[in-house]
Design a protein around this ligand. Sequence first.
Ligand code: COI
Length: 355
Amino acid sequence: MAETLRIERTTTPRARPNETDLGFGRQFTDHMLVVEYDEGRGWHSPRIVPYGPIALDPAAAVLHYGQELFEGMKAFRGKDGNVRLFRPDKNCRRMNEGAARLCMPEFDPAWMEELITELIRVEEDWVPRSPGTALYIRPTMIATEPFLGVRPSKKYTFFVILSPVGSYFSGGMAPVKIWVEPKYVRAARGGLGAVKTGANYAASLLAAEQAKKAGYAQVLWLDAAEHRWFEEVGTMNLFVKIGDEIVTPPLGGSILDGVTRDSVITLLRDWGMKVVERPIAIEEIATSFSRGELHEIFGTGTAAVISPVKELAFRGESFVVGNGEIGPVARRLYDTITGIQAGTLADPHEWVRSI
Ligand code: COI
């Protein structure tokens, strides 16, 4: 039987931010959820407390060996004023599966979802109201044992913070130019690529910075072995429409099993479109481009939902996608997913949970 959740409310609530200028992940709500783990005792002392710094021993394992895991999901306020979570069960399950890969303790996904829902209820008033906004939810698990030997920690903290957000990309959904990275890789098969751990994002920074300096919004990651096969784009899963087929790379252990990726595949199948999970190489992009069959490329993720690509640059060559504008598939997916999230469209797969 899980321990009772303790709630300590802040005595100094902050003013709500201006919803026209939320940006992404810059502001945080009044409270956070904290749960602790000790070997032999399990997860204990769940509490919602005022938002604030976490005291860590400088020897805490997470600071040295990166034993860390996080998630990203969103709560939305509909036109009806109700707050809805989008597929939180999937995120909680993924976090629990990721924990096993990082030798972190199991965390019952149903309990995780219950605790997160409780936190959203406490912070309900922080869920923004304007179209395109949401409350971003960031569950995080860190190794806290003060010990410099390299082995799994015996102590952990799980915490959840919340951030009212606008569009991930300033300017909303707009097609971006992408740099196909020939040298650096995000993750290798057998590594941590399928796990939402900070290390994957640390690995991505240098190439992403270089791409930005060269005028590109994000990096498209190729596989680590042959530098040919598409993996992810920026922090997102990837879809390519060639002819009448929509292709996405298969989950081979080096890419993340995205919740939006799964939602997109499901919707495309619902619509009777041909969607296949199969490897896709840069050479196929070049061929389909020269045949005039490269119709759409887009990234999918919780933060941006759908991010269309207008151009790919690879080793001095440039491939313009479609006519360089938002394609009809990307547009329809964006409108459908955001409509389901807002509660204005039917939700046949029961993805949405009211709090
Ligand atoms: C997402 O697309 O949801 C992400 O994973 C981005 C996040 C790391 C900011």
